[in-house]
Design a binder for this molecule. Structure first.
Ligand code: SAM
Length: 211
């Protein structure tokens, strides 16, 4: 009983610390001021500054787009005519001019849905998804690998040759395996950790072009 109480106390102090850190975070404050739905928006803004991904871009698919910060950036950086689609398991508040599909990217129907959405292959496929953590290292490793495998599978179907793939990946155990998976279908593979990505997080971003 005492142990349970102690764990509960530790958890509540951890979440208070998280909340304090979140509220003091410069990118959280900036996103509120500038009207972005997530602090993640600044990661994509930095990626674009470095790699100029939105130049000549007419079509974008954002996998795991909720709450919609990356979609807002894509909309801002592309022309009125661009076709931007987002997918997420969770619903988002609508963004004018953006198509949203509520679904899991592992749903086998996704291929058909996407082929119906886009008339031709797209310019940018981006993913800021992380798998849910189970707390078990080997399970989490498999989840990360299968998520990236799925992103690459979708890239093979929908992304045009020389189109950009932007994907969150994780430094550490699975990285070598992920690079091998990606090398088969991608070239110009680069890694970039934006300043707005927390130093304590193992996330980094892959920027590559489709073969
Ligand atoms: C970090 S958030 C994305 C934040 C977003 N880039 C933004 O700026 O607002 C990751 C999202 O991926 C979604 N996600 C994770 N796995 C998914 C899956 N298998 N299918 C669809 N969405 C998924 C989660 O629901 C979550 O909303």
């Amino acid at each position: 009983m005492k142990k349970i109480k102690l764990i509960k106390k530790q958890k509540s102090s951890q979440s208070t610390k998280w909340m304090q850190r979140h509220l003091n975070d410069e990118y959280v404050i900036k996103s509120k001021v500038e009207g972005f739905r997530s602090r993640s928006s600044y990661k994509l803004i930095e990626i674009n500054k470095k790699f100029n991904i939105f130049k000549k871009c007419n079509s974008v698919l954002d996998l795991g787009c909720a709450p919609g910060g990356w979609l807002q950036v894509a909309k801002k950086m592309t022309s009125e005519k661009s076709h931007i689609v987002g997918i997420d398991k969770n619903k988002i508040e609508g963004i004018s001019g953006i198509d949203f599909i509520q679904n899991d990217i592992f749903d086998p129907k996704i291929e058909n849905i996407l082929n119906n959405k886009f008339d031709s292959k797209i310019d940018i496929l981006m993913s800021d998804m992380s798998p849910n953590s189970s707390g078990i290292k080997s399970v989490d490793h498999l989840r990360i690998v299968s998520l990236i495998e799925r992103v690459v599978e979708i890239a093979k179907i929908i992304l045009k040759s020389d189109g950009f793939l932007i994907s969150k990946i994780f430094q550490g155990g699975a990285q070598g395996e992920l690079i091998q998976i990606m090398k088969k279908d991608l070239h110009n593979i680069k890694y970039f950790k934006p300043k707005s990505s927390r130093k304590t997080s193992s996330e980094t971003y892959l920027i590559a072009k489709k073969n």
